[in-house]
Write a protein that binds this ligand. Structure first.
Ligand SMILES: Nc1ncnc2c1ncn2[C@@H]1O[C@H](COP(=O)(O)OP(=O)(O)OP(=O)(O)O)[C@@H](O)[C@H]1O
Length: 225
């Protein structure tokens, strides 16, 4: 079997250790996601989904345990190395789109590519290709305020995948949309993920959406089952 794109091994995370507000969130959480695999992460509110995604995305560090991205152990690496790995290998989508309001849809997808050194013509071609795949190429010149919630989220998906990451991490990517729109927009995300063949870990409360992924992990009392 090919090497996992993401693996967490016995990850522990406690906030406010030793203080009155101590909360032990992850207690030996282990998982792995293979190339091309789409995994649902389901958990009750407050169970630690965001904490787990932040650790998997190298935005936070575990108290103990290992995080590997494409086989490289990120435990104990410098902030600089972790940031480089995050930029090169990981795309993020959140519940809210977090697009930059003063830039058009196209420009929002261009920016991370230009920051990574992609020539402008290639970056524009990539952005238009992604917008076409999610069905909103005619909206390329619109600013976020002139897009519907579902369209904004589609742009956010394109932005997350613009630099061809190996791993997509998504936290309730359609949680802000009404059920009908959520269903369609999630379909667009799944098509994009399948076409690009990347690994994805997608947190959702929606069990219908979870059933459309390859398998589901439940986060319960700090572990994945
Ligand atoms: N920086 C922090 N300091 C202290 N406690 C925190 C911190 N971040 C999260 N927590 C606590 O850790 C627990 C898990 O939080 P987390 O945000 O990971 O949950 P979640 O599963 O993503 O929740 P939701 O689905 O409601 O967004 C919660 O009890 C939360 O209050």
């Amino acid at each position: 079997m090919s090497e996992p794109v993401l693996s967490l091994d016995a990850v522990e995370k406690c906030y406010n250790r030793g203080l009155p507000g101590e909360v032990s969130v992850l207690r030996g959480a282990s998982l792995s996601v293979a190339p091309g695999e789409v995994v649902a992460l389901v958990a009750p509110s407050g169970a630690g989904k965001s904490t787990l995604l932040h650790i998997a995305g190298l935005l936070d560090t575990p108290d103990s345990g290992a995080v590997r991205i494409a086989g490289a152990d990120m435990t104990g690496q410098s902030d600089r190395r972790r940031t480089a790995a995050r930029r090169a290998d990981i795309g993020f989508v959140y519940q809210f789109h977090h697009l930059l309001p003063e830039f058009t849809a196209l420009e929002n997808i261009l920016l991370p590519q230009l920051a990574a050194g992609t020539p402008r013509a290639a970056a524009e071609a990539r952005a238009m290709d992604l917008l076409t795949r999610v069905g909103i190429a005619p909206r390329a010149g619109h600013r976020p305020a002139a897009l519907s919630g579902g369209e904004q989220q589609r742009v956010a998906f394109c932005r997350a995948l613009a630099n061809r990451p190996r791993l997509l991490l998504a936290d309730e990517p359609t949680g802000n949309l009404d059920p009908g729109t959520s269903d369609t927009v999630f379909g667009a995300l799944m098509e994009l993920v399948r076409e690009t063949g990347l690994a994805a870990l997608i947190a959702t409360h929606n069990l219908d959406l979870a059933a459309r992924m390859d398998r589901t992990l439940h986060l319960e009392t700090g572990r994945l089952v």
